[in-house]
Design a protein around this ligand. Structure first.
Ligand SMILES: NC(=O)c1ccc[n+]([C@@H]2O[C@H](COP(=O)([O-])OP(=O)(O)OC[C@H]3O[C@@H](n4cnc5c(N)ncnc54)[C@H](O)[C@@H]3O)[C@@H](O)[C@H]2O)c1
Length: 356
């Protein structure tokens, strides 16, 4: 059997940084078609990855309809996820979809329903599920090593929104394109990571959202445009099994590039997962049992090789019916979006909101 032929739609930051190199690395995938409305982006990828000119499209309908595309890889801004994924579903093509999967739970519920009805293979790109430290933490938690979890404390911080960065009004700062701000961007990962590792769902949330910089220079000219999404979101959550959790997400964390920290405190031990922003390395520290508890000693764990996996190879494995079941699917994306919508509602009303 030949390789699985991938068509990538949206050739910006995440496609160039993660998807296209991952397709190239995989022995099971090959890039056969690309699509972008920006001809410069299209041209660059066509040359770099040597894609046939007749398989370079500016309209995603053409890429999805192309006979040489087996799976549709969706890397467009958030507002374009739904129409592209829906067309892939309509054409019966498996898909790989970036996060957050839609603008709101209405879109996401429809995608989940349609995907299930068509029984389509797919993957959602909650990338930090592929970090070895996160996978090891999940295994330790699921096997009861730290006992019953009382607290999950999740932080995800970057700094590119800060005034000194002079970041213009990218689509990330506009509700009509992004759905929400840092909550859907970084928060969607954090919400998923806690659910992935603990294996528990969200029950209710209460949030606090801020927009620190309310105007930014537009991309196309020197006019100033309004920011109508959150720069920072903090929230508390009650989760299944009586877990009390807290979340802090910001693009205004001075000095941070891509920093994550998840602290889990249980009845028999504690785990700390960290993504370090100077090296990009993930780490897992533990304090489990005596004498560590009484001396407050946290030790960095050596992470077994079996936890090291690759995001795009995981997509190939799903398509080859050989997935490990640990990649996110549309239902994980749906749960995530329901939490996002509940946090937005609670921030507006200053009340706890149940996650439905
Ligand atoms: N998994 C992760 O860790 C991670 C990290 C960054 C971004 N993302 C997600 O990836 C997606 C893309 O983000 P990005 O930072 O790469 O954005 P980007 O702006 O850098 O790239 C998006 C590309 O899509 C193209 N595009 C827009 N509309 C299109 C259309 N209708 N048809 C074809 N192409 C179109 C744009 O021209 C651009 O080249 C977002 O959903 C974002 O949340 C995920």
């Amino acid at each position: 059997m030949g390789k699985i032929r991938v068509g990538t739609v949206g050739l910006g930051f995440i496609a160039n940084g993660v998807h296209l190199p991952g397709i190239k690395r995989s022995p099971d995938l090959e890039l056969t078609a690309i699509c972008d409305i920006d001809s410069v982006a299209l041209d660059k990828v066509q040359k770099e990855y040597d894609v046939d000119e007749e398989h370079c499209f500016s309209d995603y309908h053409d890429l999805i309809s192309c006979d040489e595309v087996d799976v549709v890889d969706i890397c467009v801004p958030n507002d374009v996820h739904y129409p592209v994924a829906m067309y892939a579903i309509e054409k019966g093509k498996p898909y790989n979809l970036e996060k957050p999967i839609g603008l709101n739970k209405k879109e996401v519920d429809t995608l989940a329903l349609q995907t299930t009805e068509k029984k389509l293979l797919h993957m959602i790109c909650f990338s930090y599920r592929f970090k070895a430290a996160a996978r090891y933490a999940k295994d330790l938690v699921q096997s009861g090593t730290i006992g019953k979890i009382y607290h999950a404390n999740m932080q995800y911080f970057q700094a590119w929104g800060m005034p000194y960065q002079k970041t213009p009004l990218l689509w990330y700062f506009m509700k009509k394109h992004a759905g929400s701000g840092v909550l859907g961007d970084l928060g969607s990962h954090g919400i998923d990571l806690v659910r992935f590792i603990t294996g528990k769902n969200y029950i209710r949330v209460i949030g606090n959202q801020r927009t620190f910089v309310k105007e930014r220079q537009k991309m196309d000219n020197s006019e100033i445009g309004n920011v109508d999404v959150d720069d920072s979101t903090y929230f508390l959550a009650d989760m299944e099994d009586d877990i009390s959790a807290s979340f802090a997400f910001s693009r205004f964390a001075y000095g941070r590039e891509n920093y994550q920290r998840l602290e889990l405190y249980g009845s028999k031990g504690a785990l700390i997962y960290t993504l370090k922003d100077n090296s990009g390395e993930d780490e897992l520290e533990a304090c489990i049992g005596e004498p560590y508890a009484s001396t407050h000693a946290f030790t960095s764990l050596a992470i077994p090789q079996k936890y090291h996996v690759d995001q795009m190879q995981s997509l190939a494995d799903i398509l080859l019916i050989n997935g490990d079941g640990w990649s996110a699917d549309i239902y994980d994306g749906k749960e995530d979006q329901h939490v996002i919508d509940a946090v937005i509602k609670s921030s507006k009303t200053n009340k706890w909101v149940n996650v439905d």
